[in-house]
Design a protein around this ligand. Structure first.
Ligand code: NAD
Ligand code: TYD
Length: 338
């Protein structure tokens, strides 16, 4: 099988490329990635010379690039991870989110229709469902929860999901969509909560928590996400949406305190800063459908997964040290005053 992965130089896509090549060495894998600030070929160093792996630098929103690639390679399966993915950046500059996340998805769908694929899989997010109230612990997102977005990021992801579903209904494109909760694990870009806090704590820097730190996220180890996508590609039903999550809800303050404890750093590093605009309160996935229909269950629990992730950042300082320059420094300077 020939599988086209987009955004494979990013956090989840990069983990997926490693996962797939390790578990499906008979397949050919092509990785199409623009290498924005979030893309990093260092993540793929150990597999880049494999004969069944090919990297192509290019923009999913560029029709010529995408159609030329499909004409040449005729992939059997497309898995679209490529996206602008950071909520804070979308609040400052929504335009690139619409271009990549919406227009880019449409170009990939057009190409998947013109050069018929066996499956087009869209990597979506639980953020398309909006948020849940903190005081209603009994509520969870199911696949039937209406889309109700808060940030330009989540609005762009929801728009992409609607397009994917429209291509299924209108043209019969064999699509699936997965909506996963917050991921954590190796190769996570240090603008996101967990890697940002690990690296700042290691450097004895202040840890900026938005608002009171009582917002809740539902954390899933990235390897569990990769296994879920594999299940959906192999056994998922065309036209269906699958929620992915492992009931690992934590407040941001709990997460940051756990990181400090693991690194033996004082809680006095915590600094409460101005809240994010439109900040979603709680995300919580009901994974019943994927568990019952596809037999998927997460293998990591949050506590051991977090220990493993902290250990990874400790033993891979070169990977993140190289990122903490240029654009990243500017972004941190603009975003935080702590
Ligand atoms: P990321 O920002 O780490 O990586 C995105 C990758 O896409 C980068 O390698 C970047 O270079 C590439 N890219 C960006 N624009 C592109 C374009 N126009 N053409 C080609 N490549 C482009 O993101 P991530 O955290 O790995 O997220 C991957 C996917 O998973 C996204 O679709 C995101 O919405 C979704 N998702 C993420 C999470 C999470 O917790 N990180 C949770 C659920 C869903
Ligand atoms: P983030 O990793 O940006 O993921 P998302 O917004 O997609 O869930 O943020 C996770 C949570 O952590 C979110 O509630 C915002 C909060 N947060 C902070 O409190 N401080 C920070 O510096 C960052 C980046 C996030």
């Amino acid at each position: 099988m020939k599988i086209l992965v987009t955004g494979g130089a990013g956090f989840i896509g990069g983990n997926f490329v490693h996962y797939w090549l390790q578990n499906h060495p008979e397949d050919q894998l092509i990785n199409l990635d623009l290498l924005t600030y979030a893309g990093n070929l260092e993540t793929l160093k150990t597999i880049e010379t494999l004969p069944n792996y090919q990297f192509v630098q290019g923009d999913i929103a560029d029709r010529d690039t995408v159609f030329t690639l499909f004409e040449r390679e005729k992939p059997d399966v497309v898995v679209n991870f490529a996206a602008e993915s950071h909520v804070d950046r979308s609040i400052k500059d929504p335009e690139s989110f619409l271009r990549t996340n919406v227009l880019g998805t449409m170009v990939l769908l057009e190409a998947s229709k013109a050069y018929p694929v066996k499956r087009y899989h869209q990597i979506s997010t639980d953020e398309v469902y909006g948020d849940l109230p903190l005081e209603r612990k009994d509520l969870f997102f199911t696949e039937q929860t209406p889309l109700h977005t808060s940030s330009p990021y989540s609005a762009s992801k929801a728009s992409a999901d609607l397009l994917v579903q429209a291509y299924h209904r209108t043209y019969g494109l064999p699509v699936t969509i997965s909506r996963c909760s917050n991921n954590y694990g190796p190769y996570h870009f240090p603008e996101k909560l967990i890697p940002l806090m690990i690296i700042r704590a290691l450097n004895h820097e202040k840890l900026p928590i938005y608002g009171k730190g009582d917002n809740v996220r539902d954390w899933l180890h990235v390897e569990d996400h990769c296994r879920a996508i594999e299940k959906i590609l192999k056994e998922g039903k065309e036209g269906e949406v699958y929620n992915i999550g492992g009931h690992n809800e934590r407040t941001n303050l709990q997460v940051v305190k756990a990181i400090l404890k693991t690194l033996d750093r004082p809680e006095s590093l915590i600094s409460f800063v101005t809240d994010r605009l439109g900040h979603d309160r709680r995300y919580a996935i009901d994974p019943t459908k994927i568990e019952q229909e596809l037999g998927w269950k997460p293998r990591y629990n949050f506590d051991t997964g977090l220990q493993q992730t902290v250990a990874w950042y400790l033993s891979n300082k070169d990977w993140w040290g190289n990122i903490l320059t240029g654009e990243y420094r500017e972004y941190i300077k603009e975003t935080y005053t702590v």
